[in-house]
Design a protein around this ligand. Structure first.
Ligand code: ATP
Ligand code: MG
Length: 262
C-alpha cells in the first residue's frame, strides 16, 4: 500500500511545486517508486517535468471528474521511478464543478485507490488556495508537508491552514498527520532568514524539518529545462537540500503516520 503526502500552503509562491518536483525526484533517487499528482490548474509540476506538451488525452481533471482510469492518465518521466499524473488548466473547472458534486471532498481519495501496486509514495502538489482541490488532497493524504518561505509574514495564513487541517480531521480524514514544515528560499547570509527560522521553530518546534532549502538560482532555472534539480544540477546546494529532505521524510514517515493512527 502506498503512502500519500499532500504538499500544501494556500499562500502562493512559497515553493510547493519546487518541493513537489525536487522531493519526488530525490525520493525516486532513494529507490522509492513515486507518483506525483499535479493537482494545480497552473500545471507547474507538469511543465517542470517537461511534460506540458506530452501527448496525453487524459489528465487529472478527467480522472477526478469523469472517472477516467488513473492508469490511462499517468505518464512516465525521465526520472527512473517517478511517474506523473499531469494537470492542465481544465482543472480550474473542477474547483467550480466540485461544489455541487456528490462526495465532492472524497473524489481524489476514491480515485487514488487505483494507484498501481508498485507505487510506494504519492505526492500531491496543491494549488495556492484552501478550495476543494486542496481539501480533496488533504482527504486523500496520510500526511501534509507544508513549505514555508523565509520572509516577513512567513507565519501569516498558517493559522487558517491549521484550522482547515483540523476540520478535515474532524469530519473527513481523522488520521491526517502533519509530517512537517520545510523552510524554503533561505538566505543564510541575511538576519531575516535567521529570524524567520527562529520564529517558525518557536512556533512549530520539532515539526520543522532540520533541512531547509537555500535560495538558489539553479532551483529556479531547472523547470525551464523540464528537469528536476537532481537531474539538472545534482551537486548543487538545492539538489543536496532536497536529497537531505528526502532522507528526513523517509525517517519521519513511519512514526508520524503511526502516531496519528493510534
Ligand atoms: N529555493 C529556491 N530558490 C530560488 N528560487 C526558488 C526556490 N524555490 C522556489 N523558487 C522559485 O520561486 C517561485 C515560486 O516557487 P514555486 O512555484 O515552487 O511555489 P508554489 O508555492 O508552488 O507557487 P504557487 O502557489 O503559484 O503554486 C518559482 O519561480 C520558483 O522557481
Ligand atoms: Mg505551485
Amino acid at each position: 500500500m502506498s503512502t500519500t503526502l499532500a504538499i500544501t500552503n494556500q499562500k502562493g509562491g512559497v515553493g510547493k511545486t519546487t518541493t513537489a518536483i525536487s522531493l519526488s525526484a530525490a525520493l525516486a533517487g532513494e529507490g522509492q517508486r513515486v507518483l506525483l499528482v499535479d493537482l494545480d490548474p497552473q500545471a507547474n509540476a507538469t511543465s517542470g517535468l517537461g511534460l506540458r506538451d506530452a501527448k496525453t488525452s487524459t489528465t487529472a481533471y478527467d480522472v477526478l471528474m469523469n472517472d477516467d482510469r488513473l492508469e490511462d492518465a499517468v505518464l512516465d518521466t525521465d526520472v527512473p521511478g517517478l511517474r506523473l499524473l499531469p494537470s492542465t488548466i481544465d482543472l480550474a473547472g473542477a474547483e467550480v464543478e466540485l461544489v455541487s458534486a456528490f462526495t465532492r471532498e472524497q473524489r481524489l481519495r476514491a480515485r487514488l485507490k487505483e494507484v498501481p501496486e508498485d507505487v510506494d509514495l504519492v505526492l500531491i502538489d496543491c494549488p495556492p488556495s484552501l478550495g476543494l482541490l486542496t481539501i480533496n488532497a488533504m482527504v486523500a493524504a496520510d500526511a501534509v508537508l507544508v513549505p514555508i518561505q523565509c520572509e516577513y509574514y512567513a507565519l501569516e495564513g498558517l493559522e487558517a491552514l491549521r484550522r482547515n487541517i483540523e476540520l478535515v480531521r474532524s469530519h473527513l480524514n481523522p488520521s491526517l498527520a502533519i509530517l512537517g514544515f520545510i523552510l524554503t528560499m533561505m538566505d543564510a547570509r541575511t538576519r531575516l532568514s535567521q529570524q524567520v527560522i527562529d520564529e517558525v521553530r518557536l512556533h512549530f518546534g520539532e515539526r520543522v524539518f532540520d533541512t531547509s532549502v537555500p535560495r538558489s538560482i539553479r532551483l529556479a532555472e531547472a523547470p525551464g529545462f523540464g528537469q528536476p534539480i537532481t537531474t539538472f544540477d545534482p551537486t548543487s546546494r538545492g539538489a543536496q537540500a532536497y536529497q537531505a529532505l528526502a532522507t528526513e521524510v523517509l525517517d519521519r514517515l513511519p512514526t508520524a503516520i503511526q502516531r496519528e493512527r493510534d
